[in-house]
Design a protein around this ligand. Structure first.
Ligand code: ZN
Length: 210
């Protein structure tokens, strides 16, 4: 799948550059969402270079990096055994719930768990988590988002971030939702822009490659 560059960046608008009031949000970079996992997103495998490039840039500059994780009890309501729609995944303490070992994660990274109660499904990274409080504590005004997840979950995360008045930048070369066609992906990213998000590629942020 090849997307046109224009569909991946808001270059004709001002793209905020990261600084001390920015935070990088890593969405669910857990084994179960990579190939071989319970809810695998096939194209996630090729994404380690961009994931690590953004993480390195933020951590080198001393800017905050926060990582969300699905962290479900074994009887979570989203599981088929509980009449939910999904196979068991990201069970607390399991290998599938761990962050992938090919990621270079900074020592001070903040981990935000979600979906931790049996009857609680988090439809966005903000729901039922401490994400909003952490960002407030950090004095964040611009949120840069990358990661893996169902299209709807990422969409709601962007929508919620915009509603909470964060400048919200979607790092399109490091967001994988499992959408199959480039037309679907283009439309998807355009929906995020309609919600108030800004699309960006690494080259728009002058992020070094090494
Ligand atoms: Zn889940």
């Amino acid at each position: 799948m090849k997307l046109s560059k224009d569909s991946l960046t808001s270059r004709n608008h001002a793209i905020p550059q990261p600084d001390g009031h920015s935070a990088l949000l890593l969405v669910d970079l857990q084994n179960d969402f990579f190939p071989g996992g319970a809810l695998s997103i096939p194209e996630a495998k090729s994404s380690f270079p961009p994931f690590n490039r953004y993480i390195r840039h933020f951590s080198r500059n001393g800017w905050p990096v926060l990582a969300t994780r699905d962290w479900h009890p074994p009887n979570h309501c989203s599981f088929r055994e509980q009449q939910g729609p999904q196979p068991n995944h990201c069970v607390q303490g399991s290998r599938g719930a761990q962050f992938h070992s090919d990621l270079v994660l900074p020592p001070g990274m903040m981990v935000i768990s979600k979906g931790t109660q049996p009857k609680q499904e988090s439809s966005s990274c903000f729901e039922g988590s401490s994400l909003e409080d952490r960002l407030e504590d950090l004095g964040t005004n611009t949120l840069f988002i990358l990661g893996l997840g169902a299209p709807e979950c990422l969409k709601r995360t962007v929508s919620e971030a915009c509603r909470l008045k964060f400048k919200t930048v979607i790092l399109t070369d490091a967001v994988k939702t499992g959408l199959q066609s480039s037309a679907d992906s283009t439309e998807y990213f355009q929906d995020l822009v309609k919600m108030g998000g800004v699309l960006s590629l690494a080259e728009d942020l002058s992020i070094p490659t090494t």
